[in-house]
Each structure stands twice: as C-alpha cells, then as structure tokens.
Design a protein around this ligand. Structure first.
Ligand code: ATP
Ligand code: MG
Length: 253
C-alpha cells in the first residue's frame, strides 16, 4: 500500500482508495468497483464527509430492524470486502446476522477469496457459494442461497445495485441500503436508506447494536414505527443544499 502521510487533508479518503486498489490486486474487488467508489466519494464530499443527523437516524432504525429480524442477512460485495471486512463480521456477530457473498461480476474463485477474507477476520458461517436460487433479474446478482437472501426477512445491502434492491423490496423483504447517493435507485427504493460512507455507517451500526441489543421488543418496534424514510432522504438533500450554499458563501462565490 502507498504510504499516505497521516496529516494529509484527505487521509481517510486516500486510504479508502488504497484499500480498493489492494482489493483488486487480491482478486476480491472488480475494476468496476473503483468507479463505484469514485461515484460514492463525490457524494461524500457534498455530505461533508461525516455522518449526517439523518444518516444516524437511519442507522438506528436499521439496527432495530436487524435485531428484530428472524433471518437477517448482510450481503457482501467486492468493495465492502476490501473496505470493511472487520466491521461486516463484527456487525453480523453483535446482531446475530449471517453474511452472504453476492457479486455482480461473479466467479467461483472470487466468492471463495472473499469468503476466506471474511473468515480471516473471524467470520463464522459465510453463505454465497451455492447457486441455489435465482431472483428475477438478468445478471448474476440474482444468484442467492435458499437459507440466505432468498428466505431472509431483512437484508442489509451496502453498495447495492438499484434493480436488485427493487426486486428484494418487491419480494416483501425489509431492505436496508448503505449508499452515499441519496438519489440512486437503490436509495429511492430501499425500506431504510442509509446515506453514509460504508466505513462510517457500519461502525455506527455496531455501536447502536451494542447499545440496543438488550432493549425490549416494544421499544425496538417503536424505533421502526417512528421512522420515515422519505423524511430522512429529503433531510439529506436539504443538508447537501445547505453545505453547498455555506461552502460557496465562505469562498465568496
Ligand atoms: P443504482 O443502481 O442504485 O441507481 P448506481 O448505478 O449509481 O446506483 P452502482 O454502481 O449500482 O450505482 O453502485 C454503486 C453505489 O455505491 C453508488 O451509488 C455509490 O454512491 C455507492 N458507493 C460507492 N462507494 C461507497 C462507499 N464507500 N460507501 C457508501 N456508498 C458507496
Ligand atoms: Mg446500478
């Protein structure tokens, strides 16, 4: 990995890029993953590169859904495996969720390598290797495991493709997306849209899960009932607008 000086103003963002490049070299991330990361970064810039108040509300509601779920699944792709393998494993552990590898650019070798990376970070069961069921989609993200995404009631999909997100919602599942673009088809169709960098979102969710784990069923249910995804998305757009205005103003534009 290139040595990035810690005092660089864009340290976090540059380290994230390095991890994606490393993921490509290890054969776990696709080259297209670089482009997806770039698209995400541009929205992160507009969000001020921090968790917004509405992202925190979405993260809390997401954790309530996962803690109450019968069969919660965390979908893992090549970007998240490169960026946050430890957080994926920690969140699955603290919430009792199962990890399932699911790739757009699917190959048996890549699924195996990602599974090994997750296991080396302490994962127990990792699904995704068996091509048991197919969602009604024409690309390989359609391939899922019967005991995993196919039968899940709650699915966490960091960096999801819009059409699969829509399909999972159509199947009656609660879909939690993590996507920096508040206007992507994914964000617009998910049940809970977390507009935050996956690196921050998962950390926050792990902390929420530790805090909320022993709460009563009714109190978790009320977190879900009080949540309104449209309010969260429109507040996110408002925050972006305000950030743009104050940025322009401070630079005298
Ligand atoms: P959609 O299919 O939902 O309309 P898209 O085609 O714009 O979205 P994809 O290429 O399918 O996007 O998936 C990449 C998405 O992941 C982008 O919306 C991007 O903002 C988001 N993304 C990339 N990197 C990160 C990250 N580190 N954290 C959170 N989101 C990210
Ligand atoms: Mg897409």
């Amino acid at each position: 990995m290139t040595d990035i000086p810690k005092d660089h103003p864009r340290y976090d963002s540059l380290i994230t890029r390095e991890k994606i490049v490393e993921g490509i070299k290890m054969g776990i991330t696709s080259q297209q993953g670089l482009v997806a990361q770039g698209r995400g970064e541009s929205f992160d810039y507009l969000l001020g590169e921090k968790t917004t108040r509405s992202a925190a509300i979405a993260e809390r509601a997401a954790v309530a859904h996962i803690l109450l779920a019968e069969n919660p699944i965390i979908s893992v792709n090549g970007n998240t495996a490169a960026l946050v393998p430890d957080s994926l494993v920690a969140l699955a552990d603290v919430c009792g969720a199962t990890l399932e590898v699911n790739l757009f650019h699917r190959s048996v070798a890549r699924i195996h390598r990602i599974t090994q990376v997750l296991k080396s970070h302490g994962a127990g069961k990792v699904l995704g290797g068996k091509a048991e069921k197919r969602l009604d989609l024409s690309h390989d993200r359609a391939i899922v495991e019967e005991e995993g995404i196919f039968s899940a009631d709650v699915v966490l999909v960091p960096l999801e493709d819009g059409d699969r997100c829509e399909k999972l919602v159509e199947m009656g599942k609660t879909v939690i997306a993590i996507d920096l673009n508040p206007l992507s088809r994914t964000s617009l169709s998910a049940t809970v849209s977390i507009v935050d960098n996956v690196t921050r979102a998962l950390q926050n969710m792990i902390q929420f899960a530790k805090d909320m784990k022993h709460e009563k069923h009714e109190s978790l249910l009320s977190v879900i009932e009080e949540y309104d995804n449209n309010v969260v998305l429109s507040d996110t757009l408002y925050i972006i607008e305000e950030n743009l205005k104050s940025n322009a103003k401070s630079r005298g534009i």
